[in-house]
Design a protein around this ligand. Structure first.
Ligand code: HEC
Length: 498
């Protein structure tokens, strides 16, 4: 029967004929049809793979086939079983795990794509085994590490081992990514390798790119490297010297510069305070917080206050907040009569909603750019991402812009009023009398208690009591470091996250 199937000219007839047989024979006939050249036919390959996904029993054999087309049918079958959630799904995943340890091809990139789509934490050992192989293509290493990062738990050691070679590979052009998301993820991985010349070069290239997510990731990494990313300062001053780029990326360039220059040039920074672009001026004032204790620079700011207020009276709020953060002597601040900190939260909530309602769409966009910098300055990025991938600690804020302004304001001013489902903090008492508070995640025979500063693993046997608290993990009062207008910008930014 199998032989006559393979000889048949009409591919669909072959599959149909096989399906008329009892399951075990149908499976055999379909596999035979594929391996006798049928896999080369796109339609037969797809159709047979789909039926084999349902029937099961052949995943491993197909995946291990030395012929690329037949192995591809195996991948389609695994994907189909997972996607359709057939009862064969566990078997398909087990076959995928097994083949990772001994991939049929030298380039298991498509295997990893499937793992990224359908794999869970239990793939970790198989991925680690794969990563132990010599001479893996960088794209494979990249995908494997991204998977571990997303689903398999921290893999700091492995990230450290590969980060530098990944940067080299991107630099040499041997590793390229078709999706900006992948590049963003690579930036996340590069952190473990530190600011190597190749990593800095890669970041430098993307600091002024038009793709917002990629640009954000590049800036975020430069900021995390801090003064070690100093070689990038020249790229950023170049952005600030380019009129076209200033309008779009000026504020973030200013904010990053403030974080990476170990010895900021006083004259250059004074010029930023007088920049033509109002957003650059505003961001320069706000970024001045980084110069706490640097008297040369704080003196410049104080001297420029009258000129700044003349150019833009609304800067008073920002100057008030920034000079407070710089902890300048009271006798120097008093004559400037800058506004005091906002303490009435209800009024702040009302005024913010009113102020934002008055803005034109173009103004809102400009305020959101400034708000993005406030988002980072106010430590929001310690817990939240705004990208697709979520952190364990807090919900991703991607799409939060669909909420009403009032909800966004309340989420920041009163985090515990409405606690998002799945993010209820718990207090855990252990049998040896420790008390831990944070988000609790299951980890087999233990639980993980996650807080902003640390993750603690507690064996289930050592738990005395678990209680859900009424307090959010998100701290109250993060807004108090911001000026009134800066808070508005922050909310405008949240509202822009579509
Ligand atoms: C210590 C970690 C942490 C920090 C820092 C933090 N958040 Fe949160 N945030 C959370 C958690 C956890 C939740 C979900 C629980 C809740 O609703 O309170 C949350 C919820 C939110 C929500 C509501 C999300 C939703 O889907 O309803 C918004 C908006 C938000 N945070 C904004 C911010 C902003 C803006 C900042 C910085 C000023 C910030 N967060 C800082 C942990 C944090």
């Amino acid at each position: 029967m199998a032989r006559s199937l393979a000889k048949d000219e009409n591919r669909s007839v072959q599959v149909a004929a096989a399906l008329a047989l009892p399951d075990a024979e149908a499976r055999k006939a379909l596999v035979a049809a594929l391996s006798r050249g049928g896999a080369g036919d796109e339609h037969l390959r797809y159709e047979a793979a789909w039926h084999l996904a349902r029937l099961g029993g052949a995943f491993q054999e197909l995946l291990a086939d030395p012929h690329a087309a037949t192995a591809l049918a195996g991948l389609i079958a695994v994907d189909g079983a997972c996607y359709e959630n057939f009862p064969t799904k566990p078997e398909a995943l087990a076959a995928l795990k097994a083949i990772l340890a001994a991939p049929a091809s030298d380039d298991p990139k498509s295997l990893l794509t499937l793992v990224q789509m359908h794999g869970d934490m239990t793939f970790r050992p198989a991925i680690e085994a794969l990563l132990a192989k010599p001479d893996l293509p960088p794209a494979v290493v990249g995908r494997a590490l991204l998977f571990l990062r997303a689903k398999g738990g921290p893999a700091r050691k492995l990230e450290e081992k590969f980060a530098a070679s990944l940067a080299d590979a991107v630099d040499a052009g041997t590793l390229s990514f078709d999706k900006p998301d992948d590049l963003v993820a690579v930036f996340a991985l590069l952190e473990a390798g530190g600011p190597t010349p190749a990593a800095l070069k890669l970041i430098g290239k993307q600091l002024g790119t038009a793709n917002r997510e990629v640009r954000d990731a590049a800036h975020a990494l430069a900021r995390r490297f801090g003064p070690k990313a100093e070689p990038l300062a020249k790229n950023l001053w170049a952005v600030l010297g380019d009129e076209k780029k200033v309008a779009a990326f000026g504020p973030e360039a200013v904010a990053t510069l403030a974080r990476i220059e170990p010895k900021p040039d006083a004259e250059k920074w004074r010029e930023l305070l007088a920049a033509k672009d109002a957003a650059v001026r505003t961001e320069a004032v706000r970024a001045w917080r980084a110069f706490k204790g640097n008297t040369a620079l704080t003196d410049i700011l104080l001297r420029e206050v009258p000129a700044l207020l003349k150019a833009d009276p609304e800067l008073a709020d920002d100057l008030g907040a920034v000079t407070r953060a710089l902890e300048l002597p009271v006798e120097r601040l008093k004559p400037l009569t800058l506004p005091a900190a906002v303490t009435d939260k209800d009024a702040l909530a009302r005024d913010t909603a009113t102020a934002l309602a008055k803005l034109t769409p173009a103004e809102r966009t400009r305020r959101a750019v400034l708000g993005q910098q406030a988002f980072e300055r106010a430590s929001c990025t310690k817990c939240h991402t705004t990208a697709t991938q979520t952190t364990e600690l807090a919900p991703s804020l991607k799409g939060i812009g669909g909420q009403k302004i009032e909800y966004l304001v309340e989420s920041v001013l009163h985090p515990s009023k409405v606690i998002k489902l799945g993010f209820e903090a718990e207090t855990v008492r252990t049998t040896d009398s420790r008390t831990l508070t944070g988000l609790v995640r299951d980890d087999g025979d233990a639980i993980l208690v996650l807080a902003a500063d640390a993750t603690v693993r507690v064996l289930k046997a050592d738990i005395e009591k678990r209680t859900v608290t009424k307090l959010s993990v998100m701290p109250e009062g993060l807004d108090t470091a911001l000026g009134r207008r800066e808070f508005e910008d922050l909310i405008a930014y949240l509202a822009s996250l579509k």
